[in-house]
Design a protein around this ligand. Structure first.
Ligand SMILES: Nc1nc2c(ncn2[C@@H]2O[C@H](COP(=O)(O)OP(=O)(O)OP(=O)(O)O)[C@@H](O)[C@H]2O)c(=O)[nH]1
Ligand SMILES: [Mg+2]
Length: 224
């Protein structure tokens, strides 16, 4: 379904899509833009920009997505693409520990170029694949949130944008009113138990992060 909300300039945000090569940035963006899922990997060169529109219970919003290349060799003028970024998604592959290891440096680079307060959502992608055995130790920061999704399974794809809207609007319970209907890739069979497991795994990471935050504030309280 095509959405044509009335948009003012103030409801349009430049959103940076970053992360290691092959983590699924372009697939995620194209799934939102076209509904389609492509199994063939075509690395992005430099940057490609595409606008996604959403209608929420509060207002319409447009995310101008800057899909950057994960590979530094074809990354182009990366730092320049970051200029005036207002929010960002940092993607990693839930099945590839090496991509998670670089998340912290992507977050740091974004904060360095766009300011410490830029809302960021760290996204574990490819939730349909076997999860890495390493623990996902997600460091909680005020403006850094976390979620997981699978572009292939069309599972939880709107979550990163909901989290960004919550931060950008400074409002809770943001809901999307109309969303395109997307189904899983034809060769993928996901039963109820698999979907339930995916939710539980994601919530476990989020809960751990929140716990870490509580411990941190308790410590601060003790010394205040
Ligand atoms: N199993 C699975 N594979 C996925 C998923 N999302 C993307 N892929 C595959 O991962 C590969 C890389 O995807 P891309 O979207 O091109 O990765 P990228 O992050 O844009 O890579 P660069 O442009 O090189 O930075 C492709 O073969 C996709 O089909 C997913 O949710 N599940
Ligand atoms: Mg790409």
């Amino acid at each position: 379904m095509e959405l044509k909300p009335k948009l003012s300039r103030s409801h349009t945000y430049k959103c940076l899509l970053v992360g290691d090569k092959g983590t699924g940035k372009t697939s995620f963006l194209l799934r939102h833009a076209t509904g389609k899922y492509e199994t063939k990997y075509s690395p992005t060169c430099g940057v490609s920009v595409h606008t996604l529109l959403f209608e929420t219970n509060y207002r319409a919003v447009a995310f101008q997505m800057w899909d950057t290349a994960g590979d530094a060799e074809v990354g182009g003028i990366r730092n320049a693409y970051f200029l005036y970024g207002q929010c960002a998604l940092v993607l990693f592959d839930l099945s590839a520990a090496a991509t998670f290891a670089n998340v912290a440096s992507w977050v740091e680079r974004l904060q360095e170029f766009c300011g410490r307060h830029i809302p960021i959502v760290v996204c574990g992608c490819k939730a349909d694949l076997k999860r890495m055995s390493e623990d996902i130790d997600f460091k909680q920061q005020e403006n850094v949130d976390y979620c997981e999704f699978s572009t292939r399974a069309a599972w939880n794809l709107e979550a990163p944008f909901k989290l960004l809207c919550t931060k950008l609007f400074q409002l809770k319970d943001v809901r999307f009113l109309s969303q395109p209907v997307m189904g899983p890739a034809k060769d993928l069979l996901l039963d109820g138990a698999s979907l339930q497991r995916m939710w539980e795994e994601m919530e476990a990471v989020r809960a751990k992060g929140l716990k870490a935050k509580e411990i941190e504030s308790q410590k601060l309280g003790a010394f205040a």
